[in-house]
Design a protein around this ligand. Structure first.
Ligand code: NAI
Length: 714
């Protein structure tokens, strides 16, 4: 028997008393739980309950490597009031209550992504079977959108995996892989993908005969006694406040909901969950996080040039020049994520060996963390080879250059490699400070020369700036963008001006930190002001991580290009001359013991000729100076068309330097303030601290005509 008339996302087949319901949303790459799908589910369950031939049900997905990605976010953003959002949550809960209370047992057969509403669906089933495959990932990522699981997740998670397991998932949104999911009781059984369906059908048949006794999740004391739970909840609350800096209300709301659910029972807990969901759904934090999500999703479909976009050149083989820190990171990421053959070339054999070893280390780490099988790790490893000559380069489709930061050297390697590569091969430089158009001057085919500015460490940092030179052809742009995306990066296309986008807005921010320090503001006061503002680390910690030598050199390039506005604060050179390079040599603004940071190094002050003042009681004026230096420069960079639109700048700032996501990026932050307030603040800062704060002309213009960077309806 097969198919229901009118069914679109769901198909039902009945095999020997077990109905297999396959979810496969037509015309979509992912399964989402929209209103229409929910209604279809309800109709399907109605029919199955009435069908005497059906004794049990299996829910499975028809998509490749995907169970369900979650609820439909488009529906969620259309919500205007907390009441509407609460009602949506109640509807989702009602549908899943129905599954949970089904007289015929329901088995979830999970392969691939199982997120948010998808996990809530699985939790409502009486039994869960997942595939033991790296692509199988379960999570409740709602907090990352500023909300909480609202279709029963906050209530069913603690009842399935215990209090601690539930907090661990719902408060962070972290991914749980198959082996861990089994261990914590999130799923009941693991199988190979090939037998998922047949094992699920057999389990459903078994369950129809006899319901299993569920084991109690977690430990007796911590997960199940009131006293133990109180201890766990108190600790979790303190940790959440510390990690979110109080900027994100959703994790605390998830914690409260779980607490209420355990203390007062499922019915009350579900009502509380829907109310909390409703309140959070209309907060500005949630709106900003959802906008960032949409911006990154839109970027995934953006070819990088104004349509009509030419087809990208297919990249099968990658050549990398320079097997140093960046070269080895690019090699490992390309082999792991894009699955291409990589040839690393360096000038010296020992460096080739070191680069191959570093790349192997990155691959090995993935295998250890079980995000790759051993076999996949070995396959990635086999893709990477190296040498001191150009062997294999004639077959490369793309070359990424990561040799020392030196124009003459970069031009020399460009000439050398062009002599051995084919005419259509793209040459991308990973330079952070040299203009791509200058490098391209040495090329006999400058239309194939581009910048691919990765961030370090390459395998962890999500952003890539693709830098378009004066003569770069559109096909070169789309090829670099497409390949960057294959490497798993969020790609923004930027113009070839000093600092591109990310370092352009970082420069005045770092400079301002230097000015404060020169005025005697203590290092830790500046860093703390910015972490309170929402950055993951403060500017001095950041400089220590990047390297004071690297930061000072880049700052010098910016000063040369933009003059007084980006003048470096006096003194930073003195620190480099004093042998302070940051974490890498254990001496920076902070001291390091055995690789761990051990407080501010007070000997920095005499080198700068500064006597530190007592910590200022109010961090706001410090944060205001640093933040406005960055926001103003972002507006100037957009005027210079460094980014094509505010969206790209916001994504670049969030993924490149950890700009607070809940503020939505510099352009969203400026819109939230309103241009008139931003201009008035900058004028006040300019009066007190100097012309570097003069508001960007575009801000003045927006203030005059009452405009904003984004259209004001969304
Ligand atoms: P690195 O010093 O670790 O590696 C450079 C490698 O290039 C060395 O192994 C060196 O032997 C090799 N090399 C020198 N001349 C060569 C030649 N003629 N042919 C082949 N290889 C040659 O430097 P790192 O940090 O990897 O930087 C490389 C590039 O990436 C630079 O342009 C840098 O500005 C850029 N970059 C660096 C970032 C970082 O955080 N380190 C971030 C973004 C860009």
């Amino acid at each position: 028997m097969s198919d229901e008339a009118g069914s679109r996302a769901l198909t039902t087949t009945v095999e020997d008393g077990v109905a297999v319901v396959t979810l496969d949303l037509p015309g979509e790459s992912v399964n989402k739980l929209s209103r229409a799908v929910r209604e279809e589910f309800e109709a399907t369950f109605d029919a199955l309950e009435r069908d005497g031939a059906v004794r049990a049900v299996v829910v499975i997905s028809g998509k490749e490597d995907m169970f369900v990605a979650g609820a439909d976010i488009e529906e969620f953003v259309a919500l205007r009031t907390a009441e509407e959002a609460t009602a949506l949550s109640r509807q989702g809960q009602a549908m899943l209550d129905r599954v949970a209370a089904s007289p015929k047992p329901v088995v979830a057969a999970i392969h691939g992504t199982c997120l948010g509403g998808g996990l809530e669906l699985a939790l409502a089933c009486q039994y869960r079977i997942a595939t033991d495959h790296p692509k199988t990932v379960l999570a409740s990522p709602e907090v990352q959108l500023g909300i909480i699981p609202g279709a029963g997740g906050c209530n069913r998670l603690p009842r399935t995996v215990g209090l601690r397991g539930a907090l661990d998932m719902a408060l962070t949104g972290k991914n749980i892989r198959a082996a861990k999911a089994l261990k914590m009781g999130l799923v009941d059984e693991l199988v190979a993908p090939a037998i998922l369906r047949s094992v699920a059908v057999a389990a459903a048949r078994r369950l129809a005969e006899r319901r299993p006794r569920r084991r109690q999740p977690g430990s007796w004391f911590l997960d199940r006694t009131a006293l133990g739970q109180a201890v766990v909840l108190r600790k979790a609350r303190a940790m959440t406040l510390h990690q979110t800096g109080g900027h994100y209300p959703a994790p605390l709301a998830a914690l409260d909901t779980i607490r209420v659910s355990l203390a007062q029972g499922l019915e009350h807990g579900l009502r509380y969950e829907a109310e909390q969901f409703g309140k959070l759904a209309v907060t500005s934090v949630s709106r900003r996080l959802v906008e960032v999500f949409f911006a990154t999703t839109a970027l995934k479909k953006d070819p990088g040039v104004t349509p009509p976009a030419p087809a990208p050149r297919p990249v099968e083989r990658l050549g990398i020049l320079g097997a140093g820190f960046m070269g080895s990171g690019i090699a490992a990421t390309a082999a792991l994520t894009a699955g291409v053959g990589v040839r690393l070339k360096d000038a010296e054999l020992p460096r080739v060996g070191a680069g191959l070893k570093a790349a192997a280390g990155i691959v090995g780490e993935r295998v250890r963390r079980r995000s790759l099988t051993r076999r996949e790790g070995a396959r990635a490893q086999l893709l990477i080879s190296g040498g001191t000559d150009f062997a294999g380069f004639h077959r490369a489709d793309l070359i990424i250059e990561a040799v020392f930061e030196d124009l003459a050297l970069k031009q020399q390697v460009l000439r050398e490699v062009e002599a051995v590569t084919g005419a259509g091969c793209v040459f991308a430089s990973n330079t952070s400070t040299i203009p791509i158009s200058r490098i391209a001057e040495a090329s006999c085919r400058p239309e194939t020369v581009i910048g691919m500015h990765f961030f370090s460490p390459v395998h962890r940092m999500p952003l890539l700036e693709v830098v378009v030179g004066e003569r770069t052809a559109p096909q070169t742009v789309v090829t670099a963008v497409a390949f960057g995306r294959r490497m798993g990066k969020t790609v923004i296309v930027v113009r070839d001006l000093p600092g591109f986008f990310v370092n352009r807005i970082l420069a005045p921010y770092i400079n301002e930190a230097g000015h404060l320090l020169a005025e005697g503001v203590p290092i830790e006061s500046v860093d703390r002001a910015m972490t309170r503002w929402g950055f993951p680390v403060g500017p001095f910690t950041l400089l220590d991580e990047v390297g004071l030598d690297v930061g000072t050199k880049a700052g010098g390039v910016m000063q040369e290009a933009f003059g007084d506005r980006l003048r470096q604060a006096i003194g930073l050179h003195a620190l480099v001359a004093d042998g302070r390079l940051g974490r890498k040599n254990g001496r920076g603004f902070y001291r390091y013991k055995a690789g761990k940071r051990a407080g501010v190094d007070p000997s920095v002050y005499p080198v700068l000729g500064v006597t530190p003042r007592p910590a200022p009681p109010d961090a706001h004026p410090l944060a205001e100076r640093l933040a406005f230096a960055m926001l103003n420069e972002a507006a100037r960079a957009l005027e210079d068309r460094v980014v094509r639109q505010p969206r790209d700048g916001d994504v670049g700032a969030i993924f490149g330097i950890g700009f607070p996501p809940w503020r939505g990026g510099p352009f969203r932050a400026l819109d939230a303030l309103g241009a008139p307030v931003a201009v008035a603040t900058l004028e006040r800062l300019a009066n007190t601290h100097g012309d570097r704060f003069q508001p960007a002309p575009s801000l003045v213009e927006l203030a005059a005509r009452g405009g904003s960077f984004y259209p004001s309806d969304r």
